[in-house]
Design a binder for this molecule. Structure first.
Ligand code: FMN
Length: 356
């Protein structure tokens, strides 16, 4: 099945309110649309007679050597989308040999997610996405939970000082999880109430100092997710980040920011000589993966399409999405004369309508 077919199947399968939660963005959804559209403005300029029969798409990321430069981005509440929820996504990502990022807002606790990944691969790469809590002991409890579960890296999301105003959710009155579902990682934390949607910590008063303290409380590599400004990328590295993820949260936070891929080159210029730079937002085709890599990304994150697959077909649906992206990416790499990811370089990018 194509990604588009999986999207349509997800829409048919899901409760319309839950589909809107998945599909929607903030404001007039301008950034949501632009994330995808922006990829149409970058074209690949292939090299010829320099390829090989087989290609090596393996990538070294913090805490993980994986078979493809694709990461499952953290998306909340998988059990709303499929009864097997995060476990199905984790098995699929592990089977496909890619990193899965599970989140603070998962409806399955992180130990269950890693356990499911191990069913498919005894040595999986599961990263834990963390929202820093204004109370450090709560953040620390979450970090210990991720370490004990066997996560190989942490991802601190920094683009959410306050909740995004998701237009469709506000219209639908979707402001908390239905009974029977909870943000399971938030359960039984020191001083924190049992986990519901509104308990996910967000605070506009957090600072790079809080990030630095989080880096110091663990021996795991810590990536920063949600950076658009190159100055913030530099600050992240100065405070110990092991990687930077360029992201506008899939158009779910501020509706007046640039498309994620348009922010990538400046962040690459600022820090890619020191740490890997990843990108998420609008990646829908293997050629989008190739464009991001040519612009200097080490890997890309994929959010909504993974959940389309989950909703449409559980573990098999997620595998179909990841497999299609990997296959299309490998095909594009071959068409561009590449043998490995690093053969995609910036001189192979042109902007639509511009000559060079
Ligand atoms: N990012 C986080 O850091 N933490 C989250 O809990 C989280 N939940 C999300 C839930 C949904 C339904 C969606 C669509 C995105 C969420 N994101 C979250 C953002 C994704 O990690 C990622 O940045 C975004 O989806 C990438 O864009 P794409 O959906 O176009 O691939």
């Amino acid at each position: 099945m194509t990604l588009r077919a999986l999207h349509d199947a997800a829409r048919r399968t899901l409760d319309p309110v839950h589909f809107d939660y998945l599909a929607g963005g903030t404001g007039e959804e301008r950034v949501l649309a632009d994330n995808e559209r922006a990829f149409d403005r970058y074209l690949l300029l292939p090299r010829v007679l320099c390829g090989s029969e087989t290609r090596d798409t393996a990538v070294d990321l913090p805490g993980a050597r994986r078979t493809a430069p694709v990461v499952v981005a953290p998306t909340a509440f998988h059990r709303l989308m499929h009864p097997d929820g995060e476990r199905a996504a984790a098995r699929a990502a592990a089977a496909e040999g890619v990193v899965l990022v599970t989140g603070t807002a998962a409806t399955t606790a992180v130990d269950g997610v890693v356990e499911a990944a191990r069913e498919a691969d005894p040595d999986p790469a599961v990263w834990f996405q963390l929202y820093l809590h204004p109370r450090q002991e709560v953040t620390e409890a979450l970090v210990r939970r991720a370490e004990t579960a066997g996560c190989t890296a942490l991802v601190v999301t920094v683009d959410s000082p306050v909740f995004g105003r998701h237009t469709r959710d506000l219209r639908n009155g979707f402001t908390d999880l239905p009974p029977g579902y909870a943000a399971e990682n938030m359960r039984d934390l020191p001083g924190a109430p049992p986990g519901s949607l509104i308990d996910i910590p967000m605070s506009p008063a957090l600072s790079w100092r809080d990030f630095g303290e989080t880096v110091r409380m663990t021996s795991l590599p810590v990536l920063v997710k949600g950076v658009l400004h190159p100055a913030d990328a530099r600050l992240a590295v100065e405070h110990g980040a092991a990687g930077v993820i360029v992201s506008n949260h899939g158009g779910r936070q501020c509706d007046a920011v640039p498309a994620a891929v348009d922010c990538l080159p400046a962040v690459v210029g600022a820090v890619a000589d020191r740490v890997p730079v990843l990108l998420d937002g609008g990646v829908r085709r293997g050629s989008d993966v190739a464009v991001a890599l040519a612009l200097g990304a080490a890997a890309v994150g994929v959010g909504r399409p993974v959940v389309w697959g989950l909703a449409a077909g559980g573990e098999a649906g997620v595998r179909a999405v990841l497999g299609a992206l990997r296959d299309e990416y490998d095909h594009t790499l071959a068409l561009c004369g590449g043998r490995r990811n690093t053969d995609l370089t910036k001189d192979m990018i042109v902007r639509r309508g511009e000559t060079w």
